[in-house]
Design a protein around this ligand. Structure first.
Ligand SMILES: Cc1cc2nc3c(=O)[nH]c(=O)nc-3n(C[C@H](O)[C@H](O)[C@H](O)COP(=O)(O)OP(=O)(O)OC[C@H]3O[C@@H](n4cnc5c(N)ncnc54)[C@H](O)[C@@H]3O)c2cc1C
Length: 459
C-alpha cells in the first residue's frame, strides 16, 4: 500500500508534529554520507518510545509499507537511503542514557544517543567506551550497532560488537524482543544479539542497547612518523605487531590526504613525505613508556624521516582529530568523494596500497588513501564529479578491480561501512552461494513481507 494511505494512522500513533511529508522537509532525509545516492521518502516519522515503534511496524507490516530506519545518516554504504514511497523512521529523538551501572560496568542507552555522548558519559565516571568511528560526534549508537562500526582504536580494543551485551529490538511485525543481559557469560541458545549487530536495519529496529564499559587507561602516548615511501610505513606496522606490541591506534595517511588534512585542520603535519603513521599506545604508565620507545625505535629503523611525540594530551587529541577529519578534508577537493573500505590481512597491506595507486593511474583518477593500517582496513577515496559520467564509469571499474584484488588477497569488500546499496553487487562473489542462501532465508524468516530496508545488502 502506498505510504499516503497509512499517513493518517501514523499521525494518530505519533502525533502530527512527528510525521513530515512536505518535500522541503523530506530532503534532509533523502541521502546519507554516501556519494551520488539519493531518494526522497514518502514521509519521515520520529518516534520517542519503543511502543511507538512497535505500533508503527505493526501497521507498516499490515499495509506492506517499507520502513527505512535512520540514525544520523552518516552511513557510507547507502544503508539509510530511502526506497521510493517508504517511511523513514528517524530515531535521533530517542537519545537518553537510561542507566550507568558502575557495579557491572555497563551502560543502557536509547538508539539515538551519539557515540561521543556515550564516550563522554563513561569518561565522566572514569570508564571507557572504546569504539570511536571517525564520525563519533554525530553518529548514533543505533547506527553503530546496525553497521557494527569500527574506529581508530579497533586494533587493540575491537569494534562495536565487542561492547554490545544486550539489545532490545522491534521485529518487523511489531513484536518486541530482548536479547543478551549483564552476564559476562551466557550461552543459552543462539546469540540473536550477534545476528542483529551489523544487520543494517534489515532484520529489526534496535530500540535499546546495553553496552560494556572498561576501566579508562591511566596513560597514553601518541606519536606521528613520516616516511618517503608507503612500504616503509607498512613495514613499521608489521614490525610493531611482530614485536608483540598491540597499540590502540595505527593509522596511516598518504601524501594527498596529508596535504588535505593539513590544509583543513592546520595541526602542523609534515608535508614533505609520502606516508604518515599516527600511532598511539595506552595502558599503565610503565608499559606505555616502554612500548612507545620501542615503536619509535622501529619507526626509525624503517627509515622514518621524522618521529614526533605529542607533548601533551591536547596535542594528542589534535592529531587524532586531524586524522578523523581525513574524509571531510578530502571531500573539499572535488564535488563528489567516493570512499571505500576494502580490507585485507595486515600482511597484504603494502601490496594492496600499491595496487590502489596502480588502478588509479590506469583509470586516470585522483585518489587519496588513508585508513586503519593496524587493521588492514583501507579507505581509498576517489575524488571525482558525479556529473562526469565517463569518470564515474571509470571509478566504478576501478572499484571492481580493487574489490576483486581484496578478495584475492584473502580480504573483504567492507571492513566497517557495511554493504548497504553501495556494495551489494559485490556481496555474492565475496560470500558465496551457501552464505547468500542462509542470509536470504534468515531475512525471509524475520521479515516475510520484506518491509524493513528493502533493497539493502541484497534484493
Ligand atoms: C566523516 C565520517 C567518518 C566515518 N568514520 C567511520 C569509522 O571510522 N568507522 C566506521 O565504521 N564508520 C565510519 N563512518 C560511517 C558511519 O558514520 C557509521 O556507519 C555509523 O555507524 C552510522 O551511524 P548513523 O547514526 O549515522 O546511522 P545511519 O547512517 O543513519 O544508518 C546506518 C544504517 O544503520 C541502520 N540503522 C540506524 N539506526 C538503526 C536502529 N536503531 N536500528 C536498526 N537499524 C538502524 C540504517 O537503516 C542504516 O542501514 C564514517 C562516516 C563519516 C561521514
Amino acid at each position: 500500500m502506498p505510504v499516503t494511505e497509512t499517513l493518517s494512522a501514523f499521525r494518530q500513533l505519533l502525533g502530527a508534529g512527528n510525521v513530515l511529508t512536505k518535500p522541503e522537509d523530506l530532503i534532509p532525509y533523502s541521502f546519507d554520507g554516501t556519494a551520488a545516492l539519493s531518494q526522497l521518502p514518502g514521509c519521515v516519522l520520529f518516534a520517542t518510545k519503543t511502543e511507538e515503534i512497535a505500533a508503527v511496524l505493526k501497521l507498516a507490516n499490515q499495509a506492506r509499507t517499507p520502513v527505512v530506519t535512520r540514525g544520523s545518516g552518516t552511513g557510507l554504504s547507502g544503508g539509510s537511503i530511502p526506497c521510493p514511497d517508504c517511511a523513514v523512521l528517524c530515531l535521533t529523538r530517542m537519545n537518553r542514557i537510561l542507566e550507568l551501572d558502575r557495579a557491572n560496568l555497563t551502560m543502557l542507552v536509547e538508539p539515538g544517543v551519539t557515540t561521543q555522548a556515550i564516550a563522554d558519559a563513561a569518561a565522566a565516571v572514569g570508564l571507557f567506551y572504546p569504539p570511536d568511528p571517525g564520525s563519533m560526534k554525530i553518529s548514533t549508537i543505533g547506527g553503530n550497532v546496525a553497521e557494527n562500526s569500527g574506529g581508530l582504536r579497533g586494533l587493540k580494543y575491537g569494534i562495536t560488537r565487542n561492547y554490545v551485551m544486550g539489545l532490545e529490538v522491534v521485529l518487523p511485525d511489531g513484536e518486541i524482543l530482548w536479547t543478551g543481559n549483564k552476564c559476562v557469560k551466557d550461552v543459552a541458545g543462539y546469540s540473536l544479539r550477534d545476528l542483529f549487530i551489523g544487520s543494517e536495519g534489515t532484520l529489526g529496529v534496535i530500540t535499546k542497547v546495553l553496552l560494556r564499559l572498561i576501566p579508562k587507561p591511566a596513560a597514553k602516548k601518541t606519536m606521528v612518523a613520516t616516511y618517503a615511501d608507503m612500504g616503509q610505513a607498512a613495514q613499521t606496522v608489521s614490525d610493531i605487531i611482530a614485536a608483540q606490541i598491540i597499540p590502540c591506534t595505527l593509522e596511516f595517511l598518504d601524501r594527498t590526504t596529508i596535504r588535505c588534512v593539513e590544509d583543513f585542520a592546520k595541526v602542523g603535519l609534515p608535508l614533505d613525505c609520502e606516508a604518515l603513521l599516527l600511532m598511539e599506545t595506552d595502558g599503565h604508565p610503565a608499559p606505555v613508556a616502554e612500548e612507545a620507545a620501542k615503536m619509535e625505535e622501529l619507526a626509525r629503523k624503517n627509515g622514518a624521516l621524522e618521529v614526533r611525540l605529542a607533548k601533551d594530551d591536547a596535542e594528542a587529541t589534535k592529531l587524532a582529530t586531524a586524522r578523523r577529519s581525513a574524509f571531510s578534508a578530502l571531500a573539499r577537493l572535488s564535488p563528489t568523494t567516493i570512499l571505500e573500505d576494502a580490507t585485507v590481512p595486515r600482511s597484504e597491506l603494502a601490496k594492496m596500497i600499491r595496487f590502489v595507486a596502480e588502478v588509479a593511474k590506469k583509470y586516470n583518477l585522483r585518489v587519496g588513501t588513508f585508513g586503519h593500517m593496524g587493521d588492514g582496513n583501507l579507505h581509498p577515496t576517489f575524488l571525482t564529479d558525479e556529473r562526469n559520467k565517463d569518470e564515474m564509469h571509470r571509478v566504478e571499474e576501478a572499484f571492481k578491480e580493487i574489490f576483486d584484488e581484496a578478495i584475492r588477497l584473502g580480504g573483504t569488500i567492507t571492513g566497517e561501512h557495511g554493504v548497504g546499496v553501495a556494495k551489494k553487487s559485490f556481496l555474492p562473489k565475496f560470500a558465496g552461494d551457501a552464505q547468500m542462501r542462509v542470509m536470504r532465508e534468515l531475512r525471509r524468516t524475520l521479515d516475510p513481507k520484506g518491509i524493513l530496508n528493502p533493497g539493502k545488502m541484497f534484493d
